[in-house]
Design a protein around this ligand. Structure first.
Ligand code: SF4
Length: 356
């Protein structure tokens, strides 16, 4: 396998990059869209950003929101027409709780649009597992507890759900599929002493990748850093040991533990990624990004209540320039590193670019 987690993917799409600045009149389709088909989820993770009051992400989320099936089909038709390359289903809730997910996946496969999903793993079985095994690109399961009881406490569910999730992962790996199975470990003070053992267990079961992320407890960078500070050194030592012992082409470990805590403050004034990887919410709003989903005041690009995606997307380039990250995005941002690289690329003095 080549590199799965890297900030460089975007540089394989130079034509798209060159259309991003306001100075270009051209608007191209987004390359990759996240869709939040439903806000329903049977788990109740204590740190879930969509349900925590002090985090701007998800602040306007309606828990029972769901994209109507006809609208989902319309969205996929639009994506096919304009050339969207990939879709990731994520929360809000858990996309595997969206009843028309099988039809949606089949339609994406017919349209030759790659798809992936973030899920708690409880429903990775039956028809959905078959569809992902046949046509999916990757699935990433979220993990926090290190055993049955801790997992149950993190999520306010029965301990048997831990067995279900591990069994679903093991069965999926036996399906001889090209769909990659990954896990994200959300690290907080409680599971901090168990990080190495959790990575080892995932390595032993044969998953393809593990992403290590800090639990974000606030929009305030210092509060999130302070929260992690009591365990940060111990966690870092375990991550380094795990990378040394297990990382390979076939089992890739992505360490975002400290990096993600440095993504809160931005000096730039427009966001390239808005045009690359926007988000569609279950409320039929299109948002700038994962980190501003369900924040209508700061993250809304346009609504699809009365129009198709295609119409809103190509209406006006100014739509993508409304957010000023230096002012509006002083919170966690998954793509801050990617944005910085793209902005530097676009800012190269053309007269000097040949002096490579
Ligand atoms: S800078 Fe980050 S948080 Fe702000 S709009 Fe862009 S992707 Fe979203």
């Amino acid at each position: 396998m080549g590199l799965l987690y890297t900030n460089m993917k975007m540089f394989h799409f130079k034509e798209k990059l060159d259309t991003l600045p306001a100075a270009s009149n051209e608007i191209q389709a987004p390359l990759h869209v996240r869709i939040k088909p439903t806000n329903a989820c049977a788990h109740d993770c204590w740190y879930c950003a969509y349900r925590k009051e002090n985090i701007q992400l998800g602040k306007d989320m309606e828990k029972r929101g769901r994209i109507p099936e006809e609208k989902m089909m319309e969205i996929i038709e639009d994506f096919s027409e304009i050339g969207v390359r990939a879709v990731t289903f994520s929360g809000g809730g858990d996309p595997f709780y969206y009843p028309p997910l099988p039809q949606s996946l089949e339609k994406l496969a017919e349209a030759d649009i790659r798809f992936a999903a973030l899920t708690n793993g409880a429903r990775l079985d039956g028809r959905l597992a078959e569809l992902f095994a046949a046509y999916g690109s990757w699935i990433r399961i979220s993990l926090d507890g290190w055993d049955r009881n801790s997992y149950a406490q993190y999520r306010n569910i029965s301990p048997t759900e831990y067995d279900r999730m591990w069994n679903n992962m093991a069965q999926f790996k036996k399906m001889n599929t090209g769909c990659l199975l990954g896990v994200v470990i959300v690290i907080d003070q409680k599971n901090a002493p168990h990080v190495y053992d959790m990575v080892r267990a995932l390595h032993d079961i044969g998953v393809n990748s593990v992403k290590l992320s800090p639990c974000i407890i606030s929009n305030d960078q210092q509060k999130s850093i302070d929260y992690q500070s009591s365990c940060a050194d111990a966690v870092t030592e375990q991550i380094e040991r795990a990378i040394n012992d297990f990382h390979s082409d076939q089992f890739q470990i992505s360490n975002g533990y400290r990096l993600q805590l440095q993504t809160f403050h931005k000096a730039y004034h427009w966001c390239p990624y808005v045009q690359i990887n926007p988000v569609i919410g279950a409320d039929l709003n299109v948002y700038t990004c994962h980190d501003k989903a369900y924040n209508i005041e700061q993250g809304l690009l346009f609504s699809m209540q009365k129009q198709r995606f295609i119409r809103g997307w190509f209406a006006d380039k100014k739509t993508f320039m409304q957010v000023d990250p230096s002012h509006d995005c002083n919170h966690h941002c998954l793509v801050d590193g990617k944005n910085s690289m793209i902005l530097e690329y676009l800012d190269v003095d053309q007269e000097h670019s040949v002096f490579v």
